[in-house]
Design a binder for this molecule. Structure first.
Ligand code: SAM
Length: 334
C-alpha cells in the first residue's frame, strides 16, 4: 500500500481494516483452500462440500479472495492466480502457508499491544510457563523454513559461498540455510547450532534432506555455551540478534569472532533499520513484535550492528540489501 497514491482518508481506512484482509488470508490458508482451487479450479459448491463449510459463507470468503487477487472467478469456477499457485499450494517449493499461519498465531499477543506499550513487558508468553509448547515450536520452525527457502535463494546470488569449506549456521533453526548452502557447494561442511528443543527438529530435517554427514547439528545456548574456537571460515547468524538486547548481541558476536578462522567472515541477516529506526516499515513494526515476543529484543539499525561488529574487531563491515526488508551485515576477521 502506497500512502502517496491514496487520499488521506483512504489511507486511514486501508490501515484500519487491514486485519480483515489478513484474516481472510489466514482462514483460507488454514483451510488449505488454494490446494483445492489449484489446476482447473472448483465451484463454490464443490469447495464447501469438500471443506464441510456453510455454502453462503464459503461464497463470501471466496469472493473476498477474488477481490484480494488470490483467486479468479470464471463462470462460477474459482481458480488460483499466479501468486496463490506459486506460494499457497501445499507442496509447492516456495510454499509460504506456514509463515502465514505463524502470523495468524501472533494475532493473540498482538491484540495485547496496549498492555506491552504500558508495561514494556512481553505479551506472547507467561514466564511462569516453563514447558515448551511442542506444536507451536514446530509451527514456528516451519514458518522460519518458508522464509529461509526464499532468502537462501537470494543470498546465494549475492554472496560467493563457493569459496568456503566450513560454515556455522548459528541459531540455524531446522537448518534450512546450512542444508541449502551445503547442497550447492560440495566441499562445504556445515554445523547447525540451536537450542536443544529445536535441534531435535534440525536432526529430522537434515536426515530428510539426505545431507547427513555434510551437515551436522549441535545443541546449546549461544549465550552460555561455546560453539568452538578457530573452526569456521563463515559464521551465518540469521534472525537471531533481534531476540536479544545489545549487550547480549555483542557477547554473541564476540563468540562468533572466536569461532572463526583467521580469514573468516561473519554474515548477519536481520531486518535492518535506518539510523532513525523508522524505516523500512516491516522492520519498525517487527520491533513491536519483539517487544511482545521477547524480553529485550528489537529490530536494529545498520549503524548499531556495524558498531557492535567493529567493537568486537571485525573489519570491512558492509551491508547487502535483500528482498522482504531483510539485509546482510558482513564483517571480516582480517
Ligand atoms: C527467528 S529464528 C531464526 C532461525 C534461522 N536462523 C532462520 O533465519 O531461519 C531464531 C532461532 O534462534 C534460536 N535461538 C534463540 N536463542 C538462542 C540461544 N540462546 N542459543 C541458540 N539458539 C537460539 C531459536 O531456537 C530459533 O531457531
Amino acid at each position: 500500500m502506497q500512502k502517496s497514491s491514496l487520499s488521506p482518508l483512504s489511507y486511514l481506512n486501508e490501515i484500519s481494516y487491514s486485519y480483515w484482509k489478513a484474516q481472510v488470508l489466514f482462514v483460507a490458508v488454514d483451510m488449505d483452500m488454494f490446494t483445492l482451487t489449484a489446476g482447473n479450479g472448483k465451484s463454490c459448491k464443490a469447495i464447501a462440500k469438500k471443506l464441510r463449510t456453510d455454502l453462503r459463507a464459503t461464497e463470501m470468503i471466496l469472493n473476498a479472495l477474488v477481490s484480494l487477487e488470490f483467486l479468479r472467478k470464471i463462470k462460477e469456477v474459482y481458480r488460483n492466480t499466479d501468486i496463490s499457485n506459486r506460494y499457497l499450494v501445499k507442496g509447492s517449493p516456495l510454499y509460504q502457508g506456514d509463515r502465514i499461519h505463524h502470523f495468524h498465531n501472533m494475532l493473540d499477543y498482538w491484540s495485547k499491544l496496549s498492555d506491552a506499550v504500558k508495561t514494556g513487558k512481553p505479551t506472547a508468553y507467561d514466564d511462569a510457563e516453563e514447558k515448551v509448547d511442542e506444536k507451536r515450536l514446530r509451527e514456528f520452525i516451519r514458518a522460519m523454513h518458508n522464509i529461509g527457502v526464499v532468502q537462501a535463494g537470494e543470498i546465494r546470488k549475492k554472496l560467493n559461498l563457493k569459496k568456503y569449506y566450513s560454515l556455522l549456521d548459528l541459531a540455524g533453526g531446522q537448518g534450512t540455510y546450512a542444508v541449502r548452502f551445503a547442497k550447492e557447494n560440495p566441499k562445504l561442511k556445515a554445523v547447525v547450532f540451536d537450542l536443544p528443543e529445536v535441534i531435535k527438529i534440525t536432526r529430522e530435517h537434515i536426515k530428510e534432506s539426505g545431507m547427513k554427514g555434510k551437515v551436522t547439528a549441535k545443541a546449546g545456548d549461544c549465550l552460555k555455551d561455546s560453539f568452538g574456537k578457530g573452526m569456521y571460515d563463515i559464521v551465518f547468524v540469521s534472525n537471531l540478534l533481534h531476540i536479544y538486547k545489545p549487550v547480549e548481541n555483542r557477547k554473541i558476536l564476540k563468540k562468533c569472532w572466536d569461532s572463526l578462522l583467521k580469514k573468516g567472515i561473519v554474515v548477519v541477516q536481520e531486518f535492518v533499520l535506518n539510523s532513525a529506526k523508522t524505516q523500512p516499515l516491516f522492520g519498525s513494526l517487527f520491533s513491536l513484535n519483539m517487544l511482545m515476543g521477547t524480553h529485550r529484543g528489537s529490530s536494529y539499525s545498520y549503524v548499531e550492528m556495524k558498531e557492535w561488529l567493529k567493537d568486537v574487531g571485525f573489519k570491512n563491515v558492509k551491508r547487502v540489501d535483500l528482498d522482504l526488508d531483510s539485509g546482510l551485515v558482513i564483517g571480516h576477521k582480517s
